[in-house]
Each structure stands twice: as C-alpha cells, then as structure tokens.
Design a protein around this ligand. Sequence first.
Ligand SMILES: Nc1ncnc2c1ncn2[C@@H]1O[C@H](COP(=O)(O)OP(=O)(O)OP(=O)(O)O)[C@@H](O)[C@H]1O
Length: 604
Amino acid sequence: MPAESVDTPREGLAPAPRRRFPAQAASLLLRAALPERRHLWQGVLWLLAAAGLEALGPLAGKYLIDNYLLPRDADLPRIAGLLLGALFAGAVASWLRYLQLVRLAGVAMRSVQRLREQVYRHVLRLPMAFFDHAITGQLVSRVTNDTEAVKTLYVQVLFVILDSLILLAGAMIAMLWLDWRLMLIVAALVPAVTLIVVLYQRLSAPAVTRSRELRSELNAHVAESIAGMAVLQAANAAPRFRERFGSLNEGHYQSRLGELRANAWLLRPVLDFLNVGLLAVILWVFGQRASSGPLGALEVGIVYAFISYISRVIEPLIQITMQFSQLQQALIGASRVHALLAETEAPAARDQGRVSRGEIAIERLTFAYQPGRPVLHGIALRIPAGSFHGIVGHTGSGKTTLLSLLLRFYAAPGHVRIDGVPLEAIAEDSFRASVGMVPQEPFLLAASARENIAMGRPLTDAQVEAAARAAHAHGFIAALEQGYDTLLGEGGARLSVGQKQLLAIARALAGEPRILFLDEATAHIDSETEQLVQRTLARLHGRVTVVAIAHRLSTVRDADRIVVLNHGRVAELGTHAELMALEGGIYQRLYQLQQLEEEDEAQQ
Ligand SMILES: Nc1ncnc2c1ncn2[C@@H]1O[C@H](COP(=O)(O)OP(=O)(O)OP(=O)(O)O)[C@@H](O)[C@H]1O
C-alpha cells in the first residue's frame, strides 16, 4: 500500500471556516475575559498612563535644548529639576507598566484557563454521533494546543499590540503638537504598514492553517500508533506508519517554512527600509528649511524631538508587525476552538422524569446513522421490569445500535419509554444513575482497581468490594500486590481482557442500577468465569432489568426471552426452548453451529 499523501483528506473534526477568523477569535476572547472586565480596564488605564508619561521624555529633551543648552543658560537648579522630573516620570511609567503586566497577564491566564475548561466541558456534553467522526489526537490537539495558541494571543500578542498602539498614539500626538506637517509625513507610515500586514495575512494564512492542521494530524497519528501498537507491530506496519509520519512531518515543516518566508520577506526588512527612508525624508525637510533660512534654535530642538519620536513610531510598528505571525497562529487556533465549541451539544432532558421500576417499551423504532440507510426497522419490544432479555443475531444485525439507542447515545424521540416515561423526558442524572452498562470493549482508567470501580462516585470501600464480589472480580483484585489500590496501568494493561470485563461488570453493579445493559460481556472470558457471570445475572433477576447482547448463546440460555435480530428486524422472539423448537430458525442454526464449534475445540 502506498503511503497516504498528507493531502489525502481524512475524516475528523470539522475544519475552522477560514473567512471569519478574526471575528470568531474576538468573540471567543471577549466571552472568556468578560468576568474580569474590571481588571481589564484597570490594566488598560495603567498602560495608557505609562505610555503618556513615556511620551513626555523627548518633549523634556526639546525643552532642555531650546531653553537651556542652545541659549547657554546654565540655570543648574532648573536643569536638575527638569532632569529629575523626567527621571521620576520614567520611574512611575516603569512601575505602572509592571502593575499593568501583572494584572493583564493574570486576566489572560485565567481567561485561557476558563476557556480550556469550557472546551473540555463542551466535549463531555457532545452527542455520541460526534465521536463517530472525531479522531482522538485531533480532538486532544484542539483542547490543548489550540487553546494554548489562544493564550499566546492574550499574553503576548494583544498586549504588545495594545501597548505599541498606545505608544504610537502618544508619539503621534506629541509630533502633531510640535509640527503637524512633519507629523503627516511620519503618519504616512501607518497606511504603508497596514498594507504590509494585510499582504502578510493573505500570504501566510493558508500556510498557518495548514501547519496547524498538520500538527493536529501528527498528534492523531502518534495517538493512533500508540493505541494500536500491538496490531501495528504484529502486522509489520511500522515502516508504513513511519513513512506517513515522515510525510506529515515534512508537510508541517514546509508549511512552517512558507509562513516564515512570508514573515522574513515582508515584516522586518520592509519596515527597516521604511525607517531609513523616513529619517532621510525628515532630515531632507529640515535641510530644506535650513537652506531657506538660518537653522534656528527652535529647529534644533524639534529635530531632536522628531528623531526621538520617529524611533518611537517605528519601534511599536515593528513590534506590531512582528506579532502578526503569532497573531495569525493564535487567530487560527482560536477559530479551531470556536469551531469545536460550535458543535451542537446533546440536548439536555429538561423534563424531570425518573426511572422507577425499569420497564422498557419500544415501539416502531426505525433508526439510520446515515439518512436513507436504516439499520433498524420497526422494532417493537416490551421488556418487563426485573426480567432478563438476551439479544442475539449475526454480526451487523443492529444489536449494539439498539443498545446505543436505549442508552440515549443517539436520539430516537417517541419510540422508547421507560416506566411509561418517554426516554428523552427522563432527567439525565436519574437516567445515568439508574442505568448501568458493560460495553463491548471494557474501558479502564490508568488508576487503581478501586477508582476504576467507583468511577468518581462517592462509594465506600465496602460498596466497592461488594460490587467486585458480585461480579466475581474480588478474587483476582485481592490477589494483586496492593489489592484494590493496585494501579492497573493505561487501559488496564496489567489485566487480562476477561479480568477487565469482570471489572467493568463490577463497575456497572456498583451503581446499583435498575436496568443493566451488557454488550458481549462474556466474549472474552472462559467458560468457568462465564458461568459465574451467568449466576450473577441470575441473582439480579426480579430486581434489575437485564438486557444482554451475546454472541455466546450459553450466556443468554436462561433469559426470560431471547430477541433474534436479523438485518435490523426482530426475526424471532421467545425462550431458549421456544426458539430451539423453530425448525430451521436463525437461533436454532446459530446454536447448533456454536455447539459444533465447541465440540471441535474439545476434540483438539
Ligand atoms: N457509528 C456508526 N455509523 C454508521 N454506521 C454504523 C455505526 N455503527 C454501526 N453502524 C452500522 O450499523 C449496522 C449495525 O451495526 P451494529 O454495531 O449495531 O451491529 P451488531 O449487531 O452489534 O454487530 P456486532 O455483533 O458485530 O457487534 C452495521 O451495518 C454497521 O456498519
């Protein structure tokens, strides 16, 4: 298989729409900073005051030259007063700048902290359908890297730009006061720089967007390789993965290079050139004035002040343009975060319905992941409270989909009722507290056995142990070197798949659910352990409604009723004995096939 090109579009998160970067970033930042308006205004006021004080420096210089140095007036007390005044203003400006920095940096850090929490909270509330197309690494990249880019926007970019703009305005006002015609010449810099910045944005935006996309692709690729390391190594796929990583990395390098080229060509060199040009023009104007009359004392003071102010105009402009590459990165990061926040959350159940007994009624349930391609057709089922129902059927017949709908992972309004209450009208807390689930792939945290069973619920040690005993997980947990406190490694790496499954059952039982859904909970355990699980399920009979998908038919042999799904339809329904009596039925065939397999295995 040839290595995938980095341009091959991959499924994943929606890209950020390119046209509205600045507006999206601004709304994101404003919302995040809103709770700290007061700090923000204070910081800006101090910044203004500091810039105002700093702008006084060249004016004091001009005053000193014009009134004391050129007329050779050695009025020492006044000169000392002037110098001390300028020094004092400088010191106050530095102090205000320090205060402003501490305050605004605090606002920035807290705003980004809030933003990151908001993004994570949002991700937790997204519907399961979102995760069907989300790629883990890309998502992680948005929650961590892109919010970090937004921090840069706050901490470095916006403050430097704001500071520079204030300095620029101060210098322009002072120049206006000194000589408005000369100020107009200097002011010509502003549209020139704006033009450069617009040009830079146009040239670099595609490269910056591409580099952020590729960076998140790199994250996704690494995350995927680590998650599937066993398969990757067994399939000798390492060279192909390395190749794809290399090509992603090269693409990332090239797009960063494109961005840096735009930066290197457009920003600093052009401004340096403008700086020299402007100085030449100003000196030429003064030269003209001097040649048309004697260079008066007043002119020397203005020359000094103007040359000082030109550097105060150029420097902020350079600072602003230098920030533009960072700003570009941050804006694109912000719009990627914005795109994620714009994903619609799962609708919260406003009603306060509760699960009481655990009776499930399904009526005319048809469901499609993609419009026009239904995977379930007109399902109708009544599952009495406390009963045990098995769901069986061929691969792809819709078993997990049915369970996902009953678990509210996807919406099927009006087709499912629990205890007579429409599924969507049951309050989220009541629903999740009353419904337990053991998924097909047991998911374990990199935490202790105890934490894995409790899953953040305030359970006592006795409750955790009781749940583990009920799930027959106590034996192997107690045998671990630190018992319930043993850390299980990432994804429960220290346990066998069957043990993980038992732990997942313990976790579901620890919540004392009214309804328990199991998705092939016995697929990975030996026959002896399977019998233990069967006994556990039998003990729940009458108290908990159990719906269990099983490939291994022995698990659901004792079920009150077995539902046989075929191509998304209920094909057969009855007890084990009833279904076995259906000559040529799907269940009968499946059962006989499994018995033959078991006999084969026993003979080997
Ligand atoms: N998230 C999804 N998006 C689109 N189609 C899906 C999705 N999940 C499942 N399907 C499709 O829906 C159909 C039913 O899948 P489902 O997982 O419910 O079957 P199943 O009976 O549980 O299979 P298995 O026994 O292999 O777990 C399949 O054709 C599958 O391709």
